[in-house]
Design a protein around this ligand. Structure first.
Ligand code: PBG
Length: 313
């Protein structure tokens, strides 16, 4: 059954389709801005008008959704740009939904791009304060929904934030906005290039006080279960390829929609090898994305989304 393409097609167990892919987009202040991210060849940061144009091309490619990250002009201790109704993401959401009503706009909900210290929450006495942070995270999610976001995706990894986001959204009239929870987000070296793109590296310490220990898998299932109980609609495992076993466990034990985030470092590694002629980019990327689907992910967030959609046509 492997001899010809038609035979292989008959027995293929895993389907990879553009409809399962989500393209991250970085939005920066200004007009007419397109800035390459050096550690992520092929990825750029866009001002809102450019992001609107790119989103049209992404939609054209067959990718149904974008995940938005904002890089604000100014940062402060409390990350107030994150929940400003005139903030970078809020303005980008309005512009994107106006230009492309059928494009799914998902927003990353976190404080790290907006805090002067680069941590994902409010810092008190040198440590992130969980309970103050979840209030600010909920406020951020509501302001994204108000701007027209279709889905919100909290990525801060504080305890209790999904419950806080769900109840605030419901109270403010956004009961229809679903939540993709970054449920099992590991304290990973693979976020390096993202922190350059989002300008969000912590100024002191690291994120191991709130992101997960790479050695733990049972804990990932527990985290995902808690997020579901608190009201998450989709649970995410992040990064993807070093954690395929975790994707499988979460899918098998909980049976709910699972997202996997193929992160910046996974992208950068493949891109670097491809640029050196050490890997066939197209084959390596499609094989990687297929493996993430095979592990049980329903949807994949990847910087290769648009390119992969083009290859899958
Ligand atoms: C924000 C956030 C991060 C990523 C997604 N949301 C960075 C981090 O936690 O440091 C990483 C994405 C990537 O590496 O592609 N908290």
């Amino acid at each position: 059954m492997r001899r010809t393409e038609a035979l292989r097609d008959l027995v293929r167990e895993t389907e990879l389709s553009p409809r399962q892919l989500i393209q991250p987009l970085f939005v920066v202040p200004g007009e007419g801005v397109r800035e390459p991210v050096p550690s992520m060849p092929g990825v750029e940061r866009y001002s809102i008008n450019e992001a609107v144009e790119r989103a049209g091309e992404i939609r054209e490619s067959g990718v149904p959704a974008v995940l938005l990250f904002g890089v604000p002009a100014e940062k402060d201790e409390a990350g107030s740009g994150a929940y400003d109704d005139e903030g970078i993401v809020q303005m980008a959401v309005r512009a994107l939904k106006k230009a492309h009503p059928d494009l799914l706009v998902i927003t990353d909900v976190c404080l790290c791009e907006y805090t002067s210290h680069g941590h994902c929450g409010f810092v008190r006495d040198g440590e992130v304060d969980n309970d103050i942070t979840i209030e600010l995270i909920a406020k951020t999610a509501v302001s994204h929904a108000e701007a027209g976001a279709d889905v919100v995706a909290p990525s801060d990894m504080m305890d209790g934030r999904i419950a806080a986001v769900r109840s605030q959204l419901d109270e403010e009239g956004h009961a229809n906005v679903p939540i993709i929870a970054y449920a099992a987000k590991y304290a990973s070296a693979f976020y390096g290039p993202f922190r350059e793109a989002a300008d969000s590296a912590p100024e002191f310490g690291d994120r191991r006080g709130y992101q997960m220990d790479p050695a733990n898998a049972l804990e990932a299932v527990r985290e995902a279960r808690l997020d579901l109980e608190e009201g998450a609609d989709v649970v995410m495992v992040k990064p993807a390829t070093p954690y395929l076993d975790v994707v499988r466990r979460v899918k098998d034990e909980l049976g709910v929609p699972v997202a996997a985030y193929h992160v910046s470092g996974e992208y950068a590694a493949l891109k670097a090898a491809a640029e050196n002629g050490w890997l066939d980019e197209r084959r390596a990327v499609l094989e990687t994305l297929t493996s993430i689907r095979r592990a049980g992910a329903d949807m994949i967030i990847t910087y290769f989304a648009e390119a992969a959609a083009g290859w899958l046509r």
